[in-house]
Design a protein around this ligand. Structure first.
Ligand code: NDP
Ligand code: 2IT
Length: 447
């Protein structure tokens, strides 16, 4: 089996030489899915995984825009349309200087499995730009978003490809993008998700990813007859996912002691309560400031410059910033300090070495493609409401989100539990996500 996986990965590496993050994401899937394929007559010998790692379409384009001082800038835009076997391409847009083909292909690849797990009919895609929103004025962000959509509109549509937010793309950016799409196409459709409530958005979508990872953690803890209540939680990031993960943890009686951004992390031994969280949301979403300002407001907290929060003692860790932000050393530190559960909010935040440590220690570990799927699932619910031209209540959407997270958890158990009762959630999520897409691809023939 090892040789089979290695032969496959040699081909992946040869075809995608300069794409380390994409190769990392494929390797994780290959290690769990190739043994499954070999054991199943219907998938064996169909080169199905080889077909799944090749995007259906990759689009790159130029975005030229003028800053507030009249200077002209050029950025690169992308949309990776990875797989549409079970529904229109669906996935976020990331605006960050580190964006490149490797990052977006890994994200699009993971999205295919994640969207399949949600139980909703969505294919997988991802896009974005190497544009850096930090320090830009609202007017600059608007001009950039408008110019980005002036090209992207050709490639998307409510039945073709439905983008949403990701790092650097929140409600402000979705508004500017939607405005330009509506103007060019002269139609009001659900072509983007994460829209404002008065123009086609869904209740709970802003909260959904963060709430979802906490619901997933609660599902995992229930298998051990345990719960979030009374637990100490370490969170990284302070953006959309981190903020609402913190809110749900606090609501369920847990204590959040860390949050971070790319400059470092803050540790608040007394816990970040709802009032402090409100301050963080204002700081990050309105003022667009840095997380170290938290310690000026709450002097009992400490700021650790240039560090990640994984060395502080906690029961549960929720990595909610970015890929590869938690390495093998961090995993060892977490385990040593008593951490019993990791529910990933970010996409691929744990390195392969970190995941190996979690599995070795047999603690609860959920990969992002399962635990952070609540965001895209609620995007799917936004699409449904757009098609119905109707809005569900907050309670209705939240209930559907909770049902979906429980169903994803059940799928992970179905394919990930071994004879001893131990659940490998990575294996479970990869195989369950694979089966639905592979069955659709087989039914549709070789295209
Ligand atoms: P935001 O842009 O709202 O926030 C991102 C946060 O992560 C910020 O605190 C940011 O700090 C930090 N961060 C970003 N890049 C780095 C880096 N290289 N090193 C350290 N910290 C970094 O994004 P989201 O909260 O939406 O996304 C966070 C993660 O969750 C991403 O991995 C995303 O793919 C994933 N995700 C998001 C979903 C959604 O619905 N939004 C759904 C599923 C997954 P700083 O401000 O300093 O850059
Ligand atoms: O990574 C993700 O799942 C997202 N950024 C959300 C995608 C979506 O379409 O809502």
């Amino acid at each position: 089996m090892k040789e089979k996986i290695e032969t496959f990965m040699a081909e992946v590496r040869a075809r995608n030489t300069y794409e380390p993050e994409f190769i990392q994401a494929v390797q994780e899937v290959a290690e769990t899915v190739i043994p499954f394929i070999s054991s199943q007559e219907i998938y064996n010998g169909k080169n199905i995984l080889l077909r799944m790692i090749e995007p259906e379409r990759v689009i790159t384009f130029r975005i030229s825009w003028v800053d507030d001082h009249g200077e002209i800038h050029v950025n690169r835009g992308y949309r990776i349309q990875m797989n549409s076997a079970i529904g229109p391409y669906k996935g976020g847009l990331r605006f960050h200087p580190t964006v490149n083909l490797s990052i977006l292909k890994f994200l699009a690849f993971e999205q295919v499995f994640k969207n399949s797990l949600t139980t909703l009919p969505m294919g997988g895609g991802k896009g974005g730009s190497d544009f850096d929103p930090k320090g830009k004025s609202d007017a600059e962000i608007m001009r950039f978003c408008h110019n980005f959509m002036a090209e992207l509109y050709r490639h998307i549509g409510s039945n073709t490809d439905v983008p949403a937010g990701d790092i650097g793309v929140g409600s402000r950016e979705i508004g500017f993008l939607f405005g330009m799409y509506r103007k060019i196409r002269n139609e009001f459709t659900g072509v983007l998700t994460g829209k404002g409530l008065s123009w086609g958005g869904s209740l709970i979508r802003p909260e959904a990813t963060g709430y979802g990872i906490v619901y997933f953690a609660e599902n995992m803890l229930t298998t051990k007859k345990d719960s979030i209540k009374g637990k100490i939680i370490s969170i990284s990031g302070s953006g959309n996912v981190a903020q609402y993960a913190a809110e749900k943890v606090i609501q369920l009686g847990g204590k959040v002691v860390t949050i971070s951004d790319s400059s470092g992390y803050i540790y608040d031994e007394n816990g970040i309560d709802l009032e402090k969280l409100k301050y963080v949301m204002h700081l990050k979403n309105v003022v667009r400031g840095r997380i170290n300002e938290y310690v000026k407001k709450y002097p009992s907290a400490t700021f650790f410059e240039g560090e990640t929060p994984w060395n502080t003692p906690c029961d549960i860790a929720l990595p909610c910033a970015t890929q590869n932000e938690l390495n093998g050393k961090d995993a060892k530190a977490l385990i040593k300090n008593g951490c019993i559960c990791i529910s990933e909010g970010a996409n691929m935040p744990s390195t392969p070495e970190a995941i190996a440590e979690f599995h070795k220690a047999k603690i609860l570990f959920a990969p992002g493609k399962a635990s952070n799927a609540g965001g895209v699932a609620t995007s799917g619910l936004e699409m449904t409401q757009n098609s119905l031209r109707y809005n569900w209540t907050r309670k209705e959407v939240d209930q559907k989100l909770q049902q979906i997270m429980s169903s994803i958890h059940a799928s992970c158990l179905e394919y990930g539990m071994d004879d001893t009762g131990y659940v490998d959630y990575v294996k479970g999520a990869n195989i369950a996500g694979f089966v639905k897409v592979a069955d659709a691809m087989l039914a549709q023939g070789v295209i």
